[in-house]
Design a binder for this molecule. Structure first.
Ligand code: GLU
Length: 296
Protein backbone atom coordinates (compact mmCIF):
# COMPACT_ATOMS: atom_id res chain seq x y z
CA UNK A 1 0.00 0.00 0.00
CA UNK A 2 1.34 3.47 -0.76
CA UNK A 3 2.33 5.43 2.31
CA UNK A 4 -0.33 8.05 3.04
CA UNK A 5 0.72 11.55 2.21
CA UNK A 6 2.27 13.52 5.04
CA UNK A 7 -0.07 16.10 6.59
CA UNK A 8 1.33 18.04 9.53
CA UNK A 9 0.05 20.95 11.56
CA UNK A 10 0.78 23.76 13.97
CA UNK A 11 -1.99 24.29 16.53
CA UNK A 12 -1.39 27.41 18.62
CA UNK A 13 -3.68 28.56 21.43
CA UNK A 14 -4.16 32.31 20.96
CA UNK A 15 -3.37 33.22 24.56
CA UNK A 16 -0.78 35.75 23.37
CA UNK A 17 1.53 36.59 20.47
CA UNK A 18 4.02 34.07 19.09
CA UNK A 19 7.10 33.78 21.35
CA UNK A 20 10.35 31.89 20.92
CA UNK A 21 8.89 28.67 22.36
CA UNK A 22 5.95 28.64 19.96
CA UNK A 23 8.19 29.63 17.05
CA UNK A 24 10.26 26.47 17.73
CA UNK A 25 7.10 24.31 17.49
CA UNK A 26 5.93 26.13 14.37
CA UNK A 27 9.31 25.80 12.66
CA UNK A 28 9.85 22.16 13.65
CA UNK A 29 6.43 21.08 12.41
CA UNK A 30 6.80 23.16 9.23
CA UNK A 31 10.23 21.79 8.31
CA UNK A 32 9.31 18.20 9.07
CA UNK A 33 6.29 18.53 6.75
CA UNK A 34 8.13 20.37 3.98
CA UNK A 35 11.12 18.02 4.10
CA UNK A 36 8.68 15.19 3.35
CA UNK A 37 6.89 17.19 0.63
CA UNK A 38 3.89 17.19 2.92
CA UNK A 39 1.18 19.67 3.68
CA UNK A 40 1.41 21.94 6.70
CA UNK A 41 -1.85 23.18 8.24
CA UNK A 42 -2.52 25.77 10.89
CA UNK A 43 -5.32 25.29 13.39
CA UNK A 44 -6.28 27.97 15.87
CA UNK A 45 -7.08 26.34 19.21
CA UNK A 46 -9.36 29.08 20.49
CA UNK A 47 -11.39 26.85 22.77
CA UNK A 48 -10.99 28.71 26.01
CA UNK A 49 -12.04 32.38 25.69
CA UNK A 50 -11.09 33.38 29.28
CA UNK A 51 -7.46 32.42 28.53
CA UNK A 52 -7.34 34.15 25.16
CA UNK A 53 -6.05 37.57 24.30
CA UNK A 54 -8.09 39.67 21.88
CA UNK A 55 -6.25 39.98 18.57
CA UNK A 56 -3.73 37.22 19.36
CA UNK A 57 -5.04 34.81 16.70
CA UNK A 58 -4.62 37.36 13.90
CA UNK A 59 -1.32 38.44 15.32
CA UNK A 60 0.00 34.85 15.28
CA UNK A 61 -1.16 34.32 11.68
CA UNK A 62 0.46 37.58 10.54
CA UNK A 63 3.70 36.69 12.27
CA UNK A 64 3.79 33.23 10.67
CA UNK A 65 3.35 34.85 7.24
CA UNK A 66 6.06 37.38 7.92
CA UNK A 67 8.38 34.56 8.93
CA UNK A 68 7.69 32.77 5.64
CA UNK A 69 5.84 29.96 7.42
CA UNK A 70 3.05 29.78 4.85
CA UNK A 71 0.37 27.20 5.54
CA UNK A 72 -1.72 25.10 3.16
CA UNK A 73 -5.54 25.15 3.10
CA UNK A 74 -7.71 27.39 5.25
CA UNK A 75 -7.05 27.94 8.92
CA UNK A 76 -9.49 26.01 11.12
CA UNK A 77 -10.82 27.76 14.23
CA UNK A 78 -11.87 25.48 17.07
CA UNK A 79 -14.33 28.14 18.26
CA UNK A 80 -16.35 27.35 15.12
CA UNK A 81 -16.29 23.57 15.57
CA UNK A 82 -18.50 23.12 18.64
CA UNK A 83 -21.07 21.10 16.70
CA UNK A 84 -18.47 18.54 15.70
CA UNK A 85 -17.27 18.20 19.31
CA UNK A 86 -20.83 17.90 20.61
CA UNK A 87 -21.63 15.18 18.07
CA UNK A 88 -18.62 13.13 19.16
CA UNK A 89 -19.46 13.66 22.80
CA UNK A 90 -22.98 12.38 22.26
CA UNK A 91 -21.69 9.36 20.41
CA UNK A 92 -19.42 8.52 23.35
CA UNK A 93 -22.22 9.08 25.86
CA UNK A 94 -24.64 6.91 23.88
CA UNK A 95 -22.07 4.13 23.73
CA UNK A 96 -21.54 4.36 27.50
CA UNK A 97 -17.87 5.22 26.95
CA UNK A 98 -18.34 8.64 28.53
CA UNK A 99 -20.55 9.71 31.42
CA UNK A 100 -21.71 12.83 33.28
CA UNK A 101 -19.85 13.67 36.46
CA UNK A 102 -21.11 15.78 39.36
CA UNK A 103 -17.83 16.12 41.26
CA UNK A 104 -16.30 19.47 42.07
CA UNK A 105 -12.55 20.00 42.12
CA UNK A 106 -12.69 20.23 45.88
CA UNK A 107 -14.43 16.84 46.14
CA UNK A 108 -11.81 15.25 43.91
CA UNK A 109 -9.03 16.77 46.01
CA UNK A 110 -10.74 15.56 49.17
CA UNK A 111 -10.72 12.00 47.80
CA UNK A 112 -6.95 12.28 48.19
CA UNK A 113 -5.68 10.19 45.27
CA UNK A 114 -2.12 11.07 44.25
CA UNK A 115 -1.78 13.68 41.53
CA UNK A 116 -5.48 14.56 41.73
CA UNK A 117 -6.46 11.35 39.92
CA UNK A 118 -10.23 11.17 39.48
CA UNK A 119 -11.52 8.58 41.99
CA UNK A 120 -14.36 7.33 39.77
CA UNK A 121 -17.18 8.58 41.98
CA UNK A 122 -19.72 9.02 39.14
CA UNK A 123 -18.54 6.14 36.97
CA UNK A 124 -21.55 3.96 37.71
CA UNK A 125 -24.13 6.74 37.77
CA UNK A 126 -24.61 10.11 39.43
CA UNK A 127 -25.04 10.02 43.20
CA UNK A 128 -28.69 10.60 44.17
CA UNK A 129 -29.72 14.20 44.07
CA UNK A 130 -26.64 15.36 42.15
CA UNK A 131 -26.52 16.76 38.65
CA UNK A 132 -23.91 16.22 35.97
CA UNK A 133 -21.48 19.12 35.62
CA UNK A 134 -18.79 17.77 33.36
CA UNK A 135 -18.44 14.81 30.99
CA UNK A 136 -15.67 12.25 31.50
CA UNK A 137 -14.23 9.47 29.37
CA UNK A 138 -13.74 6.04 30.94
CA UNK A 139 -10.17 4.77 30.95
CA UNK A 140 -8.81 1.32 31.73
CA UNK A 141 -6.13 0.12 34.05
CA UNK A 142 -3.78 -0.89 31.24
CA UNK A 143 -0.71 0.45 29.52
CA UNK A 144 -0.88 2.60 26.41
CA UNK A 145 2.33 2.62 24.48
CA UNK A 146 3.57 4.48 21.43
CA UNK A 147 6.90 5.21 19.82
CA UNK A 148 7.76 8.87 19.65
CA UNK A 149 10.09 9.58 16.72
CA UNK A 150 12.38 11.56 19.02
CA UNK A 151 11.65 10.52 22.61
CA UNK A 152 11.52 6.79 21.78
CA UNK A 153 9.07 4.35 23.41
CA UNK A 154 6.62 6.01 25.79
CA UNK A 155 4.16 4.14 27.97
CA UNK A 156 1.42 5.37 30.24
CA UNK A 157 -1.34 3.90 32.33
CA UNK A 158 -4.20 6.38 32.33
CA UNK A 159 -5.85 4.90 35.41
CA UNK A 160 -2.64 5.70 37.30
CA UNK A 161 -1.94 8.99 35.55
CA UNK A 162 -5.28 10.81 35.63
CA UNK A 163 -8.21 8.41 35.81
CA UNK A 164 -11.36 9.02 33.76
CA UNK A 165 -10.63 12.38 32.18
CA UNK A 166 -12.70 15.40 31.22
CA UNK A 167 -14.11 15.86 27.72
CA UNK A 168 -16.42 18.73 28.55
CA UNK A 169 -15.76 20.97 31.50
CA UNK A 170 -18.24 22.11 34.13
CA UNK A 171 -18.21 25.58 32.56
CA UNK A 172 -19.46 24.02 29.32
CA UNK A 173 -16.18 24.39 27.42
CA UNK A 174 -14.90 21.44 25.39
CA UNK A 175 -11.63 20.02 26.64
CA UNK A 176 -8.45 20.32 24.63
CA UNK A 177 -8.06 16.50 24.59
CA UNK A 178 -11.40 16.10 22.82
CA UNK A 179 -11.01 18.93 20.32
CA UNK A 180 -7.46 18.01 19.36
CA UNK A 181 -8.36 14.39 18.59
CA UNK A 182 -11.51 15.29 16.65
CA UNK A 183 -9.70 17.92 14.59
CA UNK A 184 -6.50 15.99 13.92
CA UNK A 185 -8.70 13.26 12.46
CA UNK A 186 -10.97 15.67 10.56
CA UNK A 187 -7.94 17.29 8.96
CA UNK A 188 -6.33 13.96 8.14
CA UNK A 189 -3.19 14.75 10.14
CA UNK A 190 -0.64 11.97 9.70
CA UNK A 191 2.19 13.45 11.79
CA UNK A 192 2.11 15.53 14.94
CA UNK A 193 5.23 17.55 15.75
CA UNK A 194 4.84 19.66 18.90
CA UNK A 195 6.47 20.52 22.21
CA UNK A 196 7.36 17.85 24.76
CA UNK A 197 5.15 19.64 27.28
CA UNK A 198 2.33 17.74 25.54
CA UNK A 199 4.01 14.33 25.77
CA UNK A 200 1.90 13.31 28.75
CA UNK A 201 -1.32 14.25 26.93
CA UNK A 202 -0.53 11.86 24.12
CA UNK A 203 -1.71 8.65 25.81
CA UNK A 204 -5.06 10.28 26.55
CA UNK A 205 -5.35 11.30 22.92
CA UNK A 206 -4.46 7.82 21.68
CA UNK A 207 -7.02 6.29 24.04
CA UNK A 208 -9.68 8.64 22.70
CA UNK A 209 -8.68 7.83 19.10
CA UNK A 210 -9.19 4.16 19.92
CA UNK A 211 -12.63 4.74 21.42
CA UNK A 212 -13.62 6.57 18.23
CA UNK A 213 -11.91 4.15 15.79
CA UNK A 214 -9.70 6.92 14.48
CA UNK A 215 -6.24 6.35 13.01
CA UNK A 216 -3.24 7.14 15.19
CA UNK A 217 -0.86 9.75 13.75
CA UNK A 218 2.90 9.61 14.18
CA UNK A 219 4.33 11.67 17.04
CA UNK A 220 7.49 13.70 17.46
CA UNK A 221 7.80 15.75 20.64
CA UNK A 222 10.36 18.54 20.38
CA UNK A 223 12.30 19.87 23.35
CA UNK A 224 10.60 22.91 24.86
CA UNK A 225 12.36 26.18 25.54
CA UNK A 226 12.63 26.98 29.23
CA UNK A 227 13.86 29.95 31.22
CA UNK A 228 16.98 29.63 33.41
CA UNK A 229 14.71 28.73 36.36
CA UNK A 230 13.25 25.83 34.32
CA UNK A 231 9.86 27.48 33.64
CA UNK A 232 8.47 26.92 30.15
CA UNK A 233 8.46 29.98 27.90
CA UNK A 234 4.83 31.00 27.69
CA UNK A 235 2.60 33.96 28.07
CA UNK A 236 2.20 33.01 31.74
CA UNK A 237 5.97 33.33 32.27
CA UNK A 238 6.05 36.61 30.29
CA UNK A 239 8.02 35.28 27.33
CA UNK A 240 8.62 38.24 25.00
CA UNK A 241 6.93 38.07 21.59
CA UNK A 242 9.17 37.32 18.60
CA UNK A 243 10.29 40.49 16.82
CA UNK A 244 8.46 40.71 13.49
CA UNK A 245 11.24 42.89 12.09
CA UNK A 246 13.92 40.23 12.54
CA UNK A 247 12.42 37.07 11.05
CA UNK A 248 15.49 35.29 9.70
CA UNK A 249 17.80 35.68 12.73
CA UNK A 250 15.02 34.34 14.92
CA UNK A 251 14.31 31.44 12.60
CA UNK A 252 18.06 30.71 12.72
CA UNK A 253 18.00 30.83 16.51
CA UNK A 254 15.02 28.45 16.61
CA UNK A 255 16.74 26.02 14.23
CA UNK A 256 19.96 26.09 16.29
CA UNK A 257 17.84 25.38 19.35
CA UNK A 258 16.66 22.31 17.43
CA UNK A 259 20.24 21.07 17.11
CA UNK A 260 21.06 22.24 13.58
CA UNK A 261 24.19 24.22 12.71
CA UNK A 262 23.21 27.34 10.76
CA UNK A 263 25.82 29.35 8.82
CA UNK A 264 25.80 32.91 10.08
CA UNK A 265 25.63 34.51 6.64
CA UNK A 266 22.23 32.87 6.10
CA UNK A 267 20.82 35.24 8.69
CA UNK A 268 20.97 37.98 6.06
CA UNK A 269 18.67 36.09 3.65
CA UNK A 270 14.95 36.64 3.35
CA UNK A 271 12.94 34.11 5.40
CA UNK A 272 11.78 32.21 2.31
CA UNK A 273 15.35 31.54 1.21
CA UNK A 274 16.35 30.60 4.72
CA UNK A 275 13.46 28.14 4.97
CA UNK A 276 14.26 26.63 1.63
CA UNK A 277 17.79 25.95 2.86
CA UNK A 278 16.46 24.70 6.20
CA UNK A 279 14.02 22.29 4.55
CA UNK A 280 16.95 20.57 2.86
CA UNK A 281 19.10 20.69 5.98
CA UNK A 282 16.33 19.34 8.24
CA UNK A 283 17.44 16.13 9.90
CA UNK A 284 15.39 14.82 12.82
CA UNK A 285 18.44 12.78 13.90
CA UNK A 286 20.04 16.07 14.97
CA UNK A 287 17.22 16.97 17.34
CA UNK A 288 18.19 16.92 21.01
CA UNK A 289 16.04 14.23 22.61
CA UNK A 290 15.51 15.98 25.89
CA UNK A 291 12.26 17.41 27.15
CA UNK A 292 13.54 20.90 27.90
CA UNK A 293 16.43 23.19 27.00
CA UNK A 294 17.23 26.60 28.39
CA UNK A 295 16.57 29.28 25.74
CA UNK A 296 19.49 31.69 25.37
N1 GLU B 1 -2.87 24.29 21.41
C1 GLU B 1 -1.85 23.59 22.11
C2 GLU B 1 -0.85 24.55 22.69
O1 GLU B 1 -0.71 25.66 22.17
C3 GLU B 1 -1.06 22.66 21.22
C4 GLU B 1 -1.85 21.52 20.79
C5 GLU B 1 -1.09 20.46 20.02
O2 GLU B 1 -0.12 20.76 19.31
O3 GLU B 1 -1.53 19.32 20.11
O4 GLU B 1 -0.20 24.22 23.66
Amino acid sequence: MPHPRYIGRFAPSPSGPLHFGSLVAALGSFLDARARNGEWLVRMEDLDPPREMPGAADDILRTLERFGLHHDREVIYQSRRHEAYQAVLERLLDAGLAYPCACTRREIRAAGLPGGIYPGTCRNGLPTGREGRSIRLRVENSRIGFRDRLQGPVEENLAQQCGDFILRRADGLYAYQLAVVVDDAAQGITDIVRGADLLDSTARQIWLQRQLDLPMPGYLHLPVAVKPDGAKLSKQTFAPPVDPKQPTPQLARALRFLGHAVPEELEQSPPIEFLDWARKAWNPARLPAVAAIEAR
